[in-house]
Design a protein around this ligand. Structure first.
Ligand SMILES: O=C(O)c1ccccc1N[C@@H]1O[C@H](COP(=O)(O)O)[C@@H](O)[C@H]1O
Length: 230
């Protein structure tokens, strides 16, 4: 069993970046969607990324970007991965990622009537579309693009897809352990659940969130080693 990877999204300040890294985050997200309260300019992201140690990834989150916007970010900040979180098409994501030669995850915003077949087909089609496609991120459908703090029904996630997905949408200190034990995703992504206010992280919530995910990892490990012995 691998440990669950953790991304903290919506970093706008160096002290939050340092707190997330100190707490054990694997990846940090920078939001390049001007309407978000967590928006940072490409220049600001570049400055913040200068404080990143090795082996911690920088993720660039876009909502319906132009090629020039993606290129401007790639030129200013050392991003490892793109997160497309808007209404981009499969082909647009593939073309934009190829243009800057970066892997990407693509958000699917889950509705109450989303089917398991729809989610499996979404992953299949994206994987077929581009060698830069890295995986599906599942968020909750709301009347906005993201960072809304709303949970969706995790039982909609197909069992065979779960080990490859990034689970997001309304995760927080209270539900993180349960989310990981129930879904067993590859990674989790949190933004508003570890904030003191919009765009400002809370160092204590960050540390507790990461502890809660690690507690889930320990539970899963002990369950799987019991299964192996039995
Ligand atoms: O964080 C934002 O401001 C944001 C804006 C536009 C699209 C996505 C955004 N964030 C992503 O939304 C999900 C869920 O966030 P939350 O934990 O429920 O607040 C997450 O993947 C963020 O990366």
């Amino acid at each position: 069993m691998q440990r669950t990877r953790i991304k903290i999204c919506g970093i706008t300040r160096e002290e939050d970046l340092r707190a997330a890294v100190a707490a054990g985050a694997d990846a940090l997200g920078f939001v390049f969607y001007p309407k978000s309260p967590r928006y940072v300019t490409p220049e600001r992201a570049g400055d913040l990324c200068a404080a990143l140690p090795p082996y911690v990834s920088a993720v660039a989150l876009f909502v319906n970007p132009t090629a020039d916007e993606v290129k401007a970010v790639a030129a200013k900040a050392p991003l490892s991965l793109i997160q497309f979180h808007g209404d981009e098409t499969t082909g647009e994501c593939a073309a934009l990622a190829a243009e800057v030669a970066r892997p990407y995850v693509r958000a699917f915003r889950v509705r109450p009537d989303t089917t398991q077949d729809e989610l499996l087909e979404y992953e299949r089609a994206n994987r077929a579309a581009s060698p830069w496609f890295s995986g599906v991120l599942l968020d909750t459908y709301v009347d906005a693009y993201g960072g809304a703090g709303k949970v969706f029904d995790w039982s909609l996630i197909p069992k065979e897809l779960a080990p490859r997905v990034v689970l997001s949408g309304g995760l927080n200190v209270q539900n993180a352990t349960d989310a990981v034990v129930r879904v067993r995703p590859f990674a989790v992504d949190v933004s508003s659940g570890v904030e003191a206010q919009k765009g400002i992280k809370d160092a204590r919530k960050l540390a507790e969130f990461i502890k809660a995910v690690r507690a889930a990892d320990a539970t899963i490990l002990s369950e799987t080693s019991h299964e192996r012995i039995a």
